[in-house]
Design a protein around this ligand. Sequence first.
Ligand code: FAD
Length: 383
Amino acid sequence: MYKWIIIGGGIHGCTIATFLLKSGKVKKDELLIIDPYPVPLYKWKTITSKIGMDYLRSPSVHHLDPAPFSLQKYARDNKVTAPFIGRFKRPSLSLFNAHCEALFAETDLYSCWFRAKVENLAPGKKKWMVHTTNGRLEAKRVVLAIGMNTQPSYPAWAEELAKSNPHRIHHIFDDDLQSIREMPPSFGIVGGGISSIHTAVHLCNVHNEKVKLIKRHPFRVHDFDSDPGWLGPKYLTSFRKENDLNIRRKMITQARHRGSMPRNLFMKAKRLYGRGQLEVITDEISGVRAAGSYIDIRLKENQSQKVSSVILTTGAASRHPIHDWLTHMPKCTSCGFPIINKNLEWENGLHVSGPLAELEIGPVSRNIAGARKTAEIITALAN
Ligand SMILES: Cc1cc2nc3c(=O)[nH]c(=O)nc-3n(C[C@H](O)[C@H](O)[C@H](O)COP(=O)(O)OP(=O)(O)OC[C@H]3O[C@@H](n4cnc5c(N)ncnc54)[C@H](O)[C@@H]3O)c2cc1C
């Protein structure tokens, strides 16, 4: 029986694993990370590489190592060129990923990797039974770190197109394409947040054709996806004092700058627009029709747009993140999220991370900062 099983080997699962291993409280043969992908951070790496993301949005102290300045030290020690940008020292994606790999090698995290999908979870006497596609495993404590990036949000019109013309539409969270360059130009990007601009910049760099970006709202410019006051007592004190979880949910919704981007990316989009490489349309899509080699995107206010491929940057489905195999678990709020205690425990010995932990961690819960907060809480419980 393992001491800890972490379900999900993305940013969250791997942050928790490195914190546990580096604390010395958990040995590598006492820990297992279960994930269907062949390597750690598979979803993170494929999505960010597909959209051509060059720098992270978060600052240099948000990474997977418990030591806050570890990423800056790694950049110095390895003489990395252009490691950070801006006053928040946002790290380059290549630096961030190389630092993760160095951490995984240092802790031998790879030896804790178990490739399988979890299909069920059942409580036993002071243990949990984890049923996977590759057999049954047992652990004293389990952490659910399954994220949202396996749940792409498809608008209704897109679902129909995906059925009739699957090669012409792609959500950046889908696994079917490693590179959007495999799709035929011209491109229509749907979505108005940070991923849509990364994708637009990437496509404008590799194709000569004009890229169209269709979004529902004006560009929203914010440094981060919530105010940094949510990282500490400024806002978290009153959040945690609030016992009504529905009010906490409202506080999270209000705090999030959904569909926003930092100024440097907004300026990039403006430059592409100025050079005539990017066409920006703010409107609602009312439907699509595949006509020969084109897709006709019908809009409510503007004339319809013809493109060859549609790329959705519409994020994760906003429905609650409880997968089918977890629906038998009790204690959920009306918004469908687990009711957890301060140790992020849903049931005795069953902990949660990411979206599942946001009623305790707050609006940053899904981010790297949230992964670090969760990892600190979980590591403090380990013995
Ligand atoms: C394009 C993009 C850029 C971002 N940039 C930043 C940034 O700069 N800074 C920041 O703080 N945040 C950023 N985020 C937000 C967040 O940090 C990432 O989404 C991050 O990948 C979330 O990590 P995760 O571990 O929760 O989810 P994931 O990376 O999706 O990992 C979840 C893992 O759980 C596994 N899993 C799911 N179900 C099961 C199951 N049944 N059995 C076993 N395994 C399962 C999946 O296979 C997956 O590997 C960004 C997000 C995106 C999409």
